[in-house]
Design a protein. Structure first.
Length: 477
């Protein structure tokens, strides 16, 4: 990405002082903002956040030594008399102040994305597609919480034409302050599903919590909603009540404005035929799966809502790849052949595992290859967890999976529900799953790895990528 497409944020000391009410004994100029001393870049403004397990004040000196232009602190720091420090009462409050000030000075057309699944992928796709049409800023990784959102706003360049933010939640009441800080002109809810159901009585309550994104929507702004989702009307009513000027539906529903007409799922992507405003058009996706077909419509609806070129964005979709650990493909040498690894290990919910299994089903096998699903526990499902894990069995069977390698106590419910025709290995955690899986892999296999972040299935991905060829050595010891 070029500097034109991903411009940097500049904070002069006087601007930061005005935003936070802090005091600085010297002038400085920052070209970025960071709250992590390990990833500080040259010219960053380092904010020393105090948390339950760490205190950023302990790392101010190292941040400055690593190139930080200045540091925001609320304690006395042994960093030298000439250290460029902005002293404030509370560094977390200062982070929020800088985020709000970053939003206030921005002229960008801002999009906010939430949803039970798909929000990071939609945010990444929007960021990349809009970068081809103007200076675009979008939050790094999944910076979607009370720390990541104000940090992303503080990093928002003044000269950006477009900006895209991801807003996350797992409790009611969390989206409202984030959305009110971002103040989007376009708000997307990708879908509503039973994710984080542990913290809600019903999925209806999840839908109402997702609708909080409209509490920060600029008056007359646009809400973009999944027209095929059963909570469309609830969300549309909430958007209208919040002052939305327009509600756009996407999907196969007859009343969807961005309407799916047809699609062809392929091993490495999809062909999509869609329509909007009477126009019919076809485009290619480099990301496989029915879920990406749907999410691509949400992306294009947002592109149109901010006045960018929908057809140029649709053409560019063929170049967009999945975000890290969200469906990434890897070809890995094994013996005298290769396996294909589908790394979807970042997170998991019932609907996202079902979608990933559908992708696995569509992926072409090598000679004598098998479909293998390595699955970790889905978290935050509460007393519905056992049933939701058992419910995955139908999707595993439909996907033609040959072997299931499952990690975690909740995945035992899935294993018990599978027929004897499917090979099953269950271990208490992802660490213990690695060696049995490495011992089984053979050329031609396709391996899907997926699980909630807390199930640590990324360890399985790393082992497959780095250690699969060590099996002979390990077995010979």
């Amino acid at each position: 990405m070029t500097d034109l497409q991903q411009p940097s944020a500049h904070w002069q000391s006087s601007e930061a002082i005005n935003a936070t009410g802090g005091i600085s004994a010297m002038d400085w100029n920052a070209t970025g903002v960071s709250i992590d001393s390990r990833t500080v870049e040259q010219g960053d403004l380092f904010i020393a956040i105090s948390g339950p397990n760490f205190d950023g004040h302990d790392y101010v000196k190292s941040a400055l030594e690593n190139g930080a232009a200045a540091a925001v602190v609320a304690q006395e720091i042994e960093a030298g008399a000439d250290a460029p420090l902005l002293k404030v009462k509370d560094t977390f409050a200062a982070l929020n102040d800088l985020g709000r000030a970053g939003r206030d000075r921005s002229v960008a057309k801002i999009i906010a994305v939430t949803g039970s699944v798909g929000k990071t992928g939609v945010k990444e796709a929007l960021g990349q597609l809009l970068s081809g049409q103007g200076r675009t800023s979008y939050s790094r990784g999944s910076f979607n919480n009370q720390f990541g959102v104000p940090l992303s706003l503080a990093r928002l360049p003044q000269n950006a034409n477009y900006a895209v933010f991801e807003l996350g939640m797992n409790h009611a009441g969390e989206l409202t302050p984030l959305s009110q800080m971002v103040r989007p002109i376009v708000a997307i809810v990708t879908t509503v599903e039973p994710a984080h159901i542990e913290f809600f009585s019903t999925v209806d309550d999840i839908a109402r919590a997702k609708a909080e994104i409209f509490n920060g929507l600029e008056k007359g702004g646009t809400a973009i909603l999944n027209r095929d989702n059963e909570y469309f009307e609830l969300l549309a009513d909430a958007a209208n009540a919040a002052g939305a000027g327009k509600v756009i539906g996407f999907g196969a529903h007859d009343e969807a404005q961005f309407k799916l007409l047809d699609f062809v799922l392929k091993s490495g992507g999809s062909t999509v035929e869609a329509s909007f405003n009477g126009y019919r058009f076809t485009y290619q996706l480099a990301m496989p799966g029915r879920h990406w077909v749907m999410n691509s419509l949400a992306v294009l609806a947002a592109v149109e809502a901010v006045g960018a070129d929908v057809f140029a964005a649709a053409r560019a979709f063929a170049q967009i790849k999945p975000p890290k650990s969200r469906g990434e493909r890897h070809i890995i040498p094994v013996g005298d052949g290769t396996i294909e690894l589908i790394d979807d290990s970042y997170n998991a919910s019932p609907v996202s595992i079902a979608a990933a299994l559908e992708v696995l089903a569509q992926t072409e096998l090598g000679p004598s290859g098998r479909r293998i699903a390595a699955l970790g526990d889905m978290r935050e499902l509460g007393d519905k967890s056992a049933d939701l894990h058992r419910g995955l069995a139908a999707h595993v069977i439909a996907a033609g999976v040959d072997l299931v390698y499952a990690a975690g106590p909740e995945m035992k419910h899935l294993c018990d529900a599978l027929p004897e025709t499917i090979g099953v290995v269950h271990t208490p955690d992802s660490d213990q799953l690695i060696q049995p899986l490495l011992d089984e892999i053979q050329p031609g296999d396709v391996v899907l790895v997926k699980g909630s972040a807390g199930s640590l299935m990324g360890k399985v991905v790393d082992a497959l990528k780095k250690n699969v060829d060590r099996r002979e050595t390990l077995n010979a010891v």
